[in-house]
Design a protein around this ligand. Structure first.
Ligand SMILES: Cc1cc2nc3c(=O)[nH]c(=O)nc-3n(C[C@H](O)[C@H](O)[C@H](O)COP(=O)(O)O)c2cc1C
Ligand SMILES: [Mn+2]
Length: 535
């Protein structure tokens, strides 16, 4: 594998070919129904490692889709560590972190030699930024449907028996910040309501939800005296104190438009799809992240009916808008927590145009009780974000988000402790760091504890704490999927300081050594180990 041998995948088809070549793809020729059956198959394959097979099994290409002759559905494309590395074209996920670290360490070059040494890095930076191509060079425009189209012409899955319907599960949703003009790519599931309408499940703390609120603030300024529907009041209640009159976006108030334009792409090259789940700072365009990951720019093309650009190589593009004051019940949906998320109101996506490649491949995933495909995507995020977390919290040595903690429920973090109270400072830092705000439980251990070894962590944490003394509770925003918090989206979090306690923290008893054999005894036993025949 490695960067030298593979050049970024152009599109989903290039990626499917690479999966095939690597022996990572199973072609399913048996007829399979997108209603529940595909999910059941993908679930079993995802959990195959538990029964002794390779963890995460293979990617699946369903080529005989019940009710959809000629259609193909790709699932589980990211569903193992090996495929995740193949997708990002690295031998180790820490390689990506290494490339980010190298970039972050950029300093002014010294002398001509220093400048020359920097050239390859600058050339690399040039590859990050998206390029614009014309419609005739955009495969996603091979078929353009402006009327009588139906999103149900694609084999949209129903994942679990109690789901509220069929859901688009791997959509890359593109919106534009009305203020900065920056584009965002986020993955938010979409429940199909009818042929041209879906839900838009962006949770309130996500970037696209903020784009909608920006539009709403502007519109509300425009007709401050006008009628405000109940739905709008509800969304308004989520905005910063609802003080729209003082909002600095007066210029936007001229805009009478009641919509936020949205484009959705399904089936792109793996770096672009992956970039949609990355918890990037709002100011960073995911298209640049995708360019960085695949070391090749993303080609974008202008949409037909909205002023947005989409990856030109996408299999399927849905263009449309969200009305500023429309909400509709979404769900239930069998979620990645292992529970169903119950019905809740979310914005509604109205499709104005569908474009697609000839014979498009529909890309899907399912979420549910872990481990699932998203476990591997999450692990990649964990590795890639470590250097970025260290920018703010340099004492962090390593982190582990165990898959069963479904990312936001549990983070284990080891730190190099240099002063009293530092473990608590790290907890608060994590709760302040982008989407890490959702972390319900944080365990902090000393640097000599391997956080990837959950057994070792259990031993340290339970031995090292005086619970009442070492547990830190706080309140804050909670993931929308949490079913236990006292209020939706708001509740408590807990940090456990399992580091060794210092005198400076009021601990005056001696702290014992951990047990370990001395090196010379180990060496002597190593020397005779084979003879003992104990292996
Ligand atoms: C398969 C999958 C489905 C997801 N579904 C949703 C969803 O329905 N709503 C949501 O807010 N986030 C969802 N996420 C998480 C977001 O994609 C993630 O938080 C991302 O960083 C959001 O992008 P943003 O920061 O640009 O808003 C999903 C992630 C994955 C991997
Ligand atoms: Mn984003």
């Amino acid at each position: 594998m490695g960067r030298g041998t593979v050049l970024g995948y152009e599109d989903l088809r290039g990626w499917i070919k690479a999966l095939d070549k690597a022996g990572e793809l199973k072609h399913i020729l048996e007829p399979v129904d997108p209603i529940l059956e595909m999910a059941e198959i993908a679930d079993r394959v995802s959990k195959s490692g538990k029964r002794g097979g390779p963890a995460g099994g293979s990617a699946l290409l369903f080529e005989n889709v019940k009710g959809y002759p000629g259609s193909r559905v790709l699932m589980n494309q990211f569903g193992s560590e090996r495929r995740m590395k193949l997708a990002l074209e690295v031998d180790s996920l820490d390689d990506v972190a290494g490339r980010i670290e190298a970039l972050l360490q950029l300093k002014s070059p010294e002398g001509l030699l220093g400048k020359l040494k920097m050239l390859p890095m600058l050339a690399e930076v040039g590859r990050f930024f998206p390029r614009t191509v014309t419609a005739k060079d955009a495969p996603c425009k091979q078929v353009i449907l402006r009327e009588n189209f139906s999103v149900l012409d694609f084999p949209v899955l129903q994942c679990w028996p109690l789901d509220g319907g069929r859901f688009i599960t791997l959509p890359c949703v593109i919106t534009r910040d009305p203020r900065s003009g920056k584009r965002n790519l986020g993955m938010y599931r979409m429940q199909v309501y009818d042929h041209q309408t879906t839900g838009m499940h962006w949770q309130r703390q996500k970037v696209a939800a903020e784009h909608l609120r920006e539009r709403l603030r502007a519109a509300a300024v425009a007709d401050a005296s006008g009628d405000v529907t109940a739905a709008r009041v509800r969304v308004m209640a989520e905005t910063a104190g609802g003080t729209t009159a003082q909002n600095p976006v007066i210029a936007l108030a001229q805009n009478k438009d009641r919509r936020l334009e949205v484009a959705v792409v399904i089936g792109t090259d793996p770096a672009t799809t992956f970039s949609a789940i990355v918890p990037a700072p709002p100011e960073v365009e995911e298209f640049v992240i995708a360019g960085f990951l695949r070391q090749m720019p993303v080609d974008l093309v202008q949409c037909e009916t909205v002023d947005l650009q989409v990856p030109a190589n996408a299999e399927i593009v849905l263009e449309g808008y969200v009305e500023l004051d429309e909400l509709r019940m979404e769900g239930p949906f069998g979620d990645h927590t292992g529970f169903y998320t119950m019905e809740e109101e979310y914005p509604v996506f109205h499709i104005t145009c569908i474009t697609h490649r000839k014979d498009p491949v529909y890309a899907a995933t399912i979420v549910g009780k872990p481990p699932m495909e998203d476990a591997w995507m999450g692990k990649a995020v964990e590795r890639i974000f470590l250097p970025l977390m260290r920018l703010t919290l340099p004492e962090i040595v390593d982190i582990n988000l165990p898959v069963e903690g479904v990312f936001h429920n549990l983070m284990i973090v080891s730190i190099r402790k240099s002063y009293a109270g530092q473990a608590r400072k790290v907890m608060h830092g994590i709760w302040a760091l982008g989407q890490a705000m959702f972390t319900k439980c944080i365990l902090v251990v000393d640097e000599d504890c391997d956080v990837q070894d959950v057994g070792e962590v259990t031993l340290r944490v339970t031995n090292n704490i005086d619970p009442e003394r070492d547990i830190q509770f706080t309140m804050g925003p909670i993931d929308s999927l949490d079913h236990a918090s006292r209020l939706p989206n708001y509740g408590s979090k807990m940090g456990i300081d399992a580091t060794r306690k210092w005198k400076a923290e009021g601990f005056t008893r001696p702290w014992p050594q951990m047990i370990g054999m001395d090196p010379s005894t180990r060496a002597r036993v190593d020397a005779i180990w084979k003879k003992l025949g104990l292996d």
